[in-house]
Design a protein around this ligand. Sequence first.
Ligand SMILES: NC(=O)c1ccc[n+]([C@@H]2O[C@H](COP(=O)([O-])OP(=O)(O)OC[C@H]3O[C@@H](n4cnc5c(N)ncnc54)[C@H](O)[C@@H]3O)[C@@H](O)[C@H]2O)c1
Length: 407
Amino acid sequence: MPSDKPSNHVRQVVPDDLLREKQACLDRERVEELIQGKVVMVTGAAGSIGSELCQQIAAFRPQALVGFDQAETPLFYLERELVRSFPWLAFEPLIGNITSPADVNGAIAKYRPSVIFHAAAYKHVPMMERHVFAAVENNIFGTWQIALAASAHAVEYFVLISTDKVVRPASVMGATKRVAELSIRALQKRGGTRFVAVRFGNVIGSSGSVVSIFKDQIAAGGPVTVTHPEMRRYFMTASEAGQLVLQALAMGKGGEIFVLDMGEPVKIVDLARNLIRLSGFEPERDIKIEFSGARPGEKLFEELELQAELLTSTGHPRIRSVNQPAQVGKARIKAYLRELRQVCERRDAASLILLLKRLIPDYSPAFGLQQAISPSSPSMRFDPVQHTAAQPGLSAPIPKPTGFSPS
Ligand SMILES: NC(=O)c1ccc[n+]([C@@H]2O[C@H](COP(=O)([O-])OP(=O)(O)OC[C@H]3O[C@@H](n4cnc5c(N)ncnc54)[C@H](O)[C@@H]3O)[C@@H](O)[C@H]2O)c1
């Protein structure tokens, strides 16, 4: 360990130092056609993905940009930032909750957006394992609520921000986002709102991400905690993710699930070592690295495609689309959501997990949740105290990495 506190000497590293940005190949003309002079709404606008989208959308000169979020202070800062960078922009910060019909319908009826980017969600995997009802409420019912409103108000485009964690989900978060994808697809009809989902892996440096946690740990003198020596994740920069989401909008005809090419997966332990070096220290000598074990719902690798699904080329070098076997009909989704609502109202976690598995058969609940639904379990009820105990090791079988092969 260095004689004095590392925090006195930590070199400032910006997340993009850790990752070389790859070309996004954005069709600017088409994006301009869809955004310039139009009203655009972003839910979760104050979050990592939403705020990056707001910055990029602003540059295309929309007639107005509506930033919808429940978080007041982050929205306050977003407004300040946008006003500073884009003095011409008509930015409307809207405090509201996507699960509130009044908030959602009120916002869409008032501003009449042509395009909605839906980035509001709960995303932290271990947190959502402990708050299964909140995950369903926000990620499933919230998405359904806003997608229904978009359809009713004839919004032209609806882009759902999805995640690689929907692929053979090992977490409640991944499973709920997968249901959200299926729900918006069920609303797709000819001539109506064009519903598009975009899946991608981790955005480096986003809120609560591994990079921000490592930076804090380095500033505190270590150790840096990595869950597993083999843990790998796909990463891209926020700017790349934002551009590729806009590109997906440009390409969307309705009903597609697009998958972004994240490049090669990165070993988290290598990322930790790089970050320690870029911060001005030597791994192990100055800052120790410790392995803590994967947490409930975490996989060693995230897959970007379902095994039963095939990805097809879209003609764009960094975007492929998922070939869905069949669309789940609107009536079936509605009946399913009614059942889900009932189990949520009863706070019946065991039935909730079984219901998620019914629609998403390849969902493998993490160990703690499996116990909750096991018939041999003393209680079929969810016990949050039992479940919060850290699970050493893996929560799901280790799948082979099936990322994009370099093109
Ligand atoms: N950050 C990443 O690395 C990454 C990568 C791929 C996909 N995604 C997906 O993108 C989405 C957004 O992630 P993020 O990193 O921007 O998260 P974030 O937590 O930074 O932002 C989410 C925003 O949504 C808002 N929000 C949440 N629930 C809401 C509600 N009920 N009503 C209104 N606003 C609400 C929050 O206040 C927050 O500002 C998630 O679905 C996530 O899975 C994120």
